[in-house]
Design a protein around this ligand. Structure first.
Ligand code: AMP
Ligand code: MG
Length: 409
C-alpha cells in the first residue's frame, strides 16, 4: 500500500483509477442545466431561415430610396405588411414599400429596410426621410447554420447554452449520466440534525456539505445515512448501498482503534493509497470495495470538504468527460500571515477579493479559525491559500490560491 503521497501524486493516483462514464441520457431542455453534453450538437435549421428585418419599419428597394432626407423625402406606395411569422404573399416592385416588424421575413423583391422612426405614413403612401439600407437586414443563417456544430461534447449546459441548444431546434439533449455518489458517515457520536444532541454528540454536517459539493461538480449524491463504529455495520451498509459509481465515507480513516473504514478496507478492499501530505485532510484513504471506487474522507468537517474538493471533484469531472479544469488557481497578495505545515502542503481558508492594483489581481485575507474542526472557515471563506511544504506565507507575499466559491469584488 502506498502511503503519505504528495498532493500531486494523490491527484494522479485518483485520476488513474477513474473511468469516464459511457451512459448517455436524453434530458429535456428544462432539465438540462448543469448537465454535461455527451455528443457534439449541430443546428437542425438555419437561423434565420430566410433574410429578415432587425427593425420595425418598411422594406423597399434601396435604389428607390437613395438620397432620401428630411429636405428631400422619398414617397413610396404602401402595398401591405409582413408581420413576424407571416411572410408577405406578393412581390415588392419598383417604388413600393411593405410594413415589416422585427423578425419578419424580407418580402421578395426588397433588398433594404428603413426604420419606422425615419418615416411618416400618408394614407397609401410612405414618406422616407432616410434611405432604406441593407444594414438592418439579418441575412439567412447569420446566427446558426444548419448542420454546423455549436456545442461540443463535454460542454456544461449553462443557461446560455441551454438557450442556444433550444434555438438550434433540439427538444432533448444527449447528456452524460450523472455519477451516483454514495455518502456514508461513520461515527458513534454522529447524529442527524433535527434530533436532540446526546452528551458528546456531533451533528452530521459532512453528509450535507459533501453532498452539496458533489452536486456542484455534476454528480448525484445518494445519502446512505450513518453507521456506528463497527466493521460489521459499516460492511452491511456498503453492501446494501446499491449500484454506485463512487462511495464517499466520512470519518474512521485515522490511526485510532475505531477507525473502521481503514480496518475494513485493509481486510476486504484494495487500497490504492492512504494519507496525503497535506493539512487539513491528511488521512484520506483511496481504495476499491466490491468493485466500486471508495474515497474515505476524514471526519473533520473542513478536511472532508477540502479533500473532496481537491480530489473528488476532479474524479467527477473525469467521469463526466466535463471540459475545463475542476478548479482554478489564481495568484493573490496575502493580507495576513498563513502558517505552513512542515513537510505537508497547507490549504488555509481565505476570503479572496479582486484588487486590480494587487499583483495577480487579487488579495487573500485569512478567515476565522483555521482549525479543521471549525466549519465557519468554509462557510465564510471562498478560497484555499496554498502554502507549499517547508514554507510560511508572510503578509504581503504573492501566493497561489484555489477559489472554491464566488470571488468578492
Ligand atoms: P474521525 O475521522 O472519525 O476520527 O473524526 C474526526 C472528527 O470529525 C471527530 O471530531 C468527529 O466527531 C468529527 N466528525 C466525524 N464525522 C462527522 C460528521 N459526519 N459530521 C461532522 N463531524 C464529524
Ligand atoms: Mg470517527
Amino acid at each position: 500500500m502506498r502511503t503519505s503521497l504528495t498532493v500531486e501524486e494523490a491527484l494522479a493516483a485518483v485520476l488513474e483509477h477513474t473511468r469516464p462514464l459511457t451512459d448517455v441520457e436524453d434530458a429535456p431542455l428544462e432539465a438540462a442545466p448543469g448537465r454535461v453534453l455527451a455528443r457534439d450538437l449541430e443546428a437542425l435549421a438555419d437561423h434565420p431561415d430566410v433574410d429578415n428585418t432587425a427593425v420595425d419599419g418598411y422594406a423597399a428597394r434601396a435604389a428607390d430610396t437613395a438620397g432620401a432626407s428630411p429636405k428631400n423625402p422619398v414617397r413610396l406606395r404602401w402595398i401591405g405588411e409582413s408581420p413576424a411569422g407571416r411572410p408577405f404573399p406578393g412581390r415588392l416592385g419598383p417604388g413600393e414599400a411593405v410594413s415589416v416588424y422585427t423578425g419578419a421575413p424580407l418580402p421578395e423583391g426588397a433588398d433594404a429596410v428603413v426604420a419606422v422612426e425615419d418615416t411618416e405614413r400618408d394614407g397609401d403612401f410612405v414618406v422616407l426621410y432616410k434611405p432604406a439600407t441593407p444594414k438592418d437586414i439579418r441575412p439567412k443563417a447569420q446566427d446558426l447554420q444548419q448542420g454546423r456544430v455549436y456545442l461540443k461534447r463535454g460542454d456544461v449546459l449553462t443557461p446560455g447554452r441551454v438557450g442556444l441548444a433550444a434555438g438550434m431546434g433540439h427538444a432533448t439533449l444527449p447528456v452524460v449520466r450523472r455519477p451516483r455518489v454514495g455518502i456514508l458517515s461513520t461515527g458513534d457520536e454522529v447524529v442527524e440534525p433535527g434530533t436532540p444532541l446526546p452528551p458528546g454528540g456531533v451533528y452530521n454536517s459532512n453528509a450535507y456539505s459533501v453532498a452539496a459539493l458533489v452536486r456542484e461538480a455534476g454528480g448525484e449524491p445518494v445519502l446512505l445515512g450513518k453507521t456506528g463504529d463497527t466493521i460489521t455495520e459499516l460492511k452491511a451498509r456498503l453492501e446494501g448501498a446499491g449500484r454506485l459509481d463512487l462511495i464517499l465515507t466520512s470519518g474512521g480513516v485515522s490511526m485510532g482503534d475505531y477507525d473502521i473504514v481503514r480496518h475494513l478496507l485493509e481486510r476486504e478492499g484494495t487500497i490504492h493509497f492512504w494519507k496525503i501530505l497535506q493539512r487539513p485532510g491528511g488521512p484520506p484513504i483511496f481504495a476499491e470495495f466490491a468493485g466500486t471506487p471508495l474515497f474515505g474522507l476524514p471526519g473533520n468537517p473542513v478536511s472532508a470538504m477540502v479533500v473532496f474538493f481537491l480530489y473528488g471533484r476532479p474524479m467527477l469531472f473525469k467521469m463526466l468527460g466535463r471540459s475545463g479544469e475542476p478548479y482554478r488557481r489564481v495568484r493573490a497578495v496575502a493580507d495576513d500571515f498563513f502558517k505552513g505545515a512542515g513537510k505537508k502542503t497547507a490549504f488555509r481558508r481565505a476570503l479572496l477579493r479582486y484588487d486590480p492594483d494587487a499583483p495577480g489581481g487579487h488579495r487573500a485575507a485569512s478567515v476565522d479559525s483555521q482549525s479543521s474542526g471549525v466549519l465557519r472557515s468554509m462557510a465564510f471563506g471562498n478560497a484555499l491559500v496554498v502554502v507549499p511544504p517547508h514554507t510560511h506565507v508572510e503578509a504581503g507575499e504573492v501566493v497561489e490560491v484555489i477559489p472554491f466559491g464566488d470571488v468578492q469584488t
